[in-house]
Design a protein around this ligand. Structure first.
Ligand SMILES: Nc1ncnc2c1ncn2[C@@H]1O[C@H](COP(=O)(O)OP(=O)(O)OP(=O)(O)O)[C@@H](O)[C@H]1O
Ligand SMILES: [Mg+2]
Length: 147
């Protein structure tokens, strides 16, 4: 196999401890490979919204509370992760987290997506979180799952 050096890396963050660990790993990989890092958070609109509109609403139409929550997650992540010497963007998406993360990674032709094994879900899980579980099934780019 050819030596592998990622040029584009996606870190998925929901602000949880696990996702911050994942983002740290992603940032370290971005630094050593001089790759571009996208730090992405997805907000899921309240139940019912999709039923009416048929598609995720644009970010502008989200309630302030959701938009604020998303900003807090990104700020927290940028603060917690050592991004020195890393070229990065923060990205806010709206919709189903796994679908949006898979679509974003594909669109950016990411070489790697880094996620936590679990996240901010309230349930104390023994199993992999549902977003992580779904992502490893549907992703079209390599996924690194950080425990
Ligand atoms: N809304 C989101 N935006 C960006 N990344 C996310 C989001 N939700 C989860 N992730 C990513 O997926 C990883 C696993 O989280 P997941 O949601 O699967 O676990 P959980 O919250 O413990 O379980 P569940 O959501 O099923 O209750 C997180 O560490 C993070 O990297
Ligand atoms: Mg979750």
């Amino acid at each position: 196999m050819d030596p592998w050096s990622p040029n584009v890396i996606v870190a998925a963050t929901d602000g949880s401890e696990q996702s911050l660990r994942a983002a740290n790993a992603a940032a370290a990989l971005a630094r050593t490979n001089d790759a571009h890092l996208f730090i992405v958070t997805v907000v899921r609109p309240p139940e019912g919204w999709w039923g009416i509109v048929g598609a995720p609403p644009p970010a502008e139409s989200l309630g302030n509370a959701l938009a604020d929550a998303q900003r807090v997650v990104l700020e927290k992540t940028v603060e917690a992760v050592d991004l020195s010497g890393v070229r990065f963007d923060t990205v806010e998406e709206v919709g189903d987290p796994a679908n949006q993360l898979a679509a974003f990674s594909e669109e950016k032709e990411a070489d790697l997506m880094v996620i936590g094994q679990r996240g901010a879900g309230l349930v104390e899980r023994i199993m992999v979180g549902s977003v992580a579980d779904r992502l490893v099934h549907i992703a079209t780019v390599p996924v690194l799952v950080v425990p």
